[in-house]
Ligand binder design. Structure first.
Ligand SMILES: C[S@@+](CC[C@H](N)C(=O)[O-])C[C@H]1O[C@@H](n2cnc3c(N)ncnc32)[C@H](O)[C@@H]1O
Ligand SMILES: [Zn+2]
Ligand SMILES: [Zn+2]
Length: 403
């Protein structure tokens, strides 16, 4: 009979620990005993991994992270773990540690304390869990992309706020700004500007900025910010594949931050960027890294339901060479987001074919500040694979051939 994955793990830190037999998830890489399994939340009836379930002594009920008033993490090493979850009871407002920590604190008395597992029959464990994305069922159009971003404009505006999200702040902005270089007095276009956070950052550094986005809802958010803090940014609602509002040779720097992977006709977008740039001008394209955005695109865990993100065994990708439209549906708070996967080579080719010189390339890494400020789960995942890559391109100056 298989031993419990968690009991065995605890025994590695505490040789006296008595390992129990597994009775759940037997065909998985993490078979588990009844105690180290899942518990039904007494508030909503959903099952939760034992580490993000707590026991409320006043009601005699378990409650999970699904219904806790708050879920906090406390850094403290116990057995092989570096932190534990503390859940605030939805009934009493009192804080209780997750069951893993509770077991550690009470050791031998735990099992009788929390009684039999509440969820012996549990949800069926299928061994693998669906990924965070799947190929689009029907061909993806520009209006599908536009509608998706219209639906996500509010949550995007709240999440990105004024500084960008976690990945921009701690990973990619540094490379993007280094490639953009000095912006004072320059004409800059932000292609696919979203709510305009990057446009505003550039305008505050004395650039003349134009923002372009095909999502009307995003442009509305950007205009709201402009009304609150006028920076002289001009916004246009249009696709970056057809930049009619912008004259040829009118821009010094074109930047596009995580947009090109959303664009079906990406070659057209690249040639439009080339058209509007002055000779010698710079284009900076940050894209979701194609090597890590295809196939299931998800972290794989031995215990699929673990709330500890840093316990990922590996990151799964597949079908790299297939140009595929995907629908990503694991972005917390977001409506499913469509995008186009294509091999890295295709982007290089599009840049070269448009006439650009590739001046620099970066796979941004987690900054030192990110390592210090982010929680352990984020540090461990962000330091394992690149989320993005950034190209710095130049529209070459005319070469006068001597006769
Ligand atoms: C991931 S968001 C990035 C927004 C912004 N660049 C930032 O870094 O915060 C992608 C944005 O690209 C826009 N977008 C997608 N396809 C576009 C297209 N063909 N033309 C213009 N904007 C597009 C979306 O509407 C959305 O606002
Ligand atoms: Zn166990
Ligand atoms: Zn619940």
């Amino acid at each position: 009979m298989a031993s419990c994955y968690y009991c065995a793990r605890i025994k590695q830190s505490d040789p006296a620990y008595k390992v129990r037999c597994a009775v759940h998830a037997l065909s998985s890489r993490a078979p588990r005993c009844s105690f180290h399994w899942q518990y039904v939340c007494g508030k909503c009836g959903r099952s939760n991994h034992f580490a993000c379930t707590a026991f409320c002594p006043e009601t005699g009920l378990y409650f999970g992270s699904c219904c806790a008033m708050r879920v906090d993490t406390v850094s403290d090493r116990f057995w092989s773990w570096d932190y534990y979850f503390v859940l605030t009871s939805p009934w009493t407002g009192r804080q209780q540690p997750g069951l893993d920590r509770q077991e550690f604190e009470r050791r031998g008395s735990l099992i009788s304390q929390v009684s039999a597992p509440a969820n012996d029959c549990g949800p069926p464990f299928v061994g693998t869990v669906m990924g965070g994305q799947a190929p689009a069922a029907t061909p993806l159009t520009a209006s599908d992309v536009e509608n998706a971003w219209n639906r996500n404009a509010d949550v995007w505006d709240q999440g990105i706020a004024e500084k960008g999200d976690e990945t921009r702040i701690y990973i990619t902005d540094c490379s993007v700004f280094a490639f953009i270089g000095n912006v004072a007095g320059k004409d800059i276009v932000d292609l696919g500007c979203g709510n305009g956070y990057l446009s505003r950052t550039l305008a505050r550094s004395s650039a003349r900025v134009t923002g372009v986005d095909q999502s009307g809802a995003m442009i509305e958010r950007a205009l709201c910010h402009e009304a609150t803090e006028p920076l002289g940014i001009v916004y246009h609602k249009c696709s970056i594949t057809q930049l009619q509002p912008l004259a040829s040779e009118s821009i010094d720097i074109a930047v596009s931050n995580f947009v090109l992977q959303d664009v079906g006709d990406y070659s057209k977008a690249v040639s439009e960027a080339y058209r509007i740039l002055r000779t010698g001008g710079t284009a900076v394209f940050a894209i979701t890294h194609p090597c890590f955005s295809c196939g299931p695109r998800r972290w794989v865990f031995d215990a699929e339901d673990t709330p500890r993100q840093e316990e990922a065994a590996h990151f799964a990708v597949d079908h790299y060479f297939e140009e595929t439209a995907y629908i990503m549906d694991d972005w917390p708070g977001f409506d499913p987001v469509p995008y186009f996967h294509r091999p890295l080579e295709n982007y290089w080719r599009a840049f070269k074919d448009a006439g650009f010189e590739v001046m620099d390339f970066s796979e941004p890494r987690l900054s030192t500040r990110g390592r210090t400020e982010l929680p352990v789960r984020a540090v461990s995942q962000y330091s394992r694979i690149p989320l993005a890559c950034v190209f710095k391109l130049r529209k070459p100056p005319f070469v006068h051939l001597s006769t």
